[in-house]
Design a protein around this ligand. Structure first.
Ligand SMILES: C[S@@+](CC[C@H](N)C(=O)[O-])C[C@H]1O[C@@H](n2cnc3c(N)ncnc32)[C@H](O)[C@@H]1O
Length: 270
């Protein structure tokens, strides 16, 4: 992972929430919320909250006495998430690095994290921190994307941009969001960090959009890929988005489009 891969700031929070969240994050947020609520936790920590799609799905399902600390490395993502959340005095928004959590040992019943672990520069350090802040017997619930070939639009976007920038292809999607999918490695890093009873479930969903332009905008402008494209040629963001939209249209049609997405959902016990 490059240092810049974790910088979700500038115009990214708004584009991310508007385009990426409905395209690929909502079905997995509903899944995380359902799994989390079934554990009836009274003290929840969410890591890498992003624009808050899980928080919006999970908070209404927790008891009135529950506490919910929602954190992210990037303050602009937290500000955006907090602005979208209905008023809820149980939620505390706080900037926090998953690798150095500012909480006492054994504070939470549940730590959840949707599509954040791939951004941790050192997963084992992140897992040890999650274990440290969990009460004994508490649950760590998170998900990671499967390999890019199982996530069709992301693969299409990456291949299209490789044609446009053949000498220096923007590889953010393959390198980071889709770069941590080896379930044996995930299991062993969790067990080495002190977790037990690791269960990994591979879950396929459909990514749907009303036109091929929407996935093109979502990936090229609502993710860190935007910074990578602009670093190659600051004036080429719109051209790149148009080209990616034409490639998706060629492959999936010019009207409504749909394609497979796939992720691993992991539960481990502290
Ligand atoms: C793909 S987004 C996922 C956001 C959200 N969970 C969702 O499902 O939409 C990844 C998030 O990880 C955050 N992030 C990156 N590195 C982090 C770290 N070391 N600690 C905490 N959050 C981090 C980013 O700011 C970003 O909001």
């Amino acid at each position: 992972m490059l240092e810049t891969d974790k910088v979700f700031a500038g115009s990214i929070p708004e584009s991310y929430d508007r385009y990426m969240v409905p395209l690929i994050f909502e079905p997995y947020a509903a899944d995380i919320a359902q799994r989390a609520a079934s554990l009836s936790p009274s003290a929840v920590l969410e890591i890498a909250v992003g624009s808050g799609v899980v928080t919006r799905a999970l908070a209404p399902r927790l008891s009135s006495g529950a506490s919910y600390v929602a954190t992210d490395l990037n303050q602009p993502m937290i500000d955006y998430a907090a602005s979208r959340q209905p008023r809820d005095s149980r939620i505390i928004w706080r900037q926090a690095d998953a690798l150095a959590l500012p909480f006492e040992n054994a504070t939470f019943d549940l730590v959840c994290c949707q599509f954040g672990a791939m951004f941790f520069p050192d997963r084992s350090s992140g897992y040890r921190e999650a274990k440290r802040v969990l009460k004994p017997g508490g649950h760590f619930l998170f998900n990671v994307w499967d390999r890019i070939e199982e996530n069709v639009f992301a693969d299409d976007v990456t291949n299209a941009l490789a044609k446009m920038f053949p000498n220096d292809p923007p590889r953010f999607l393959a390198r980071t969001p889709h770069g941590y999918h080896d379930t044996a490695l995930i299991r062993s890093e969790l067990e080495d960090s002190g977790f037990s009873r690791v269960v990994i479930d591979t879950r396929a969903e459909q990514s749907r959009a009303s036109s091929p332009r929407l996935p093109a905008i979502a990936y090229c402008q609502g993710t860190v890929l935007r910074n990578e494209i602009e670093a190659r040629d600051a004036g080429k963001l719109e051209t790149a988005t148009d080209y990616v939209a034409s490639v998706i249209a060629d492959r999936h049609g010019s009207g409504e489009v749909a394609a497979k997405i796939q992720a691993h959902v992991i539960v481990a016990v502290a």
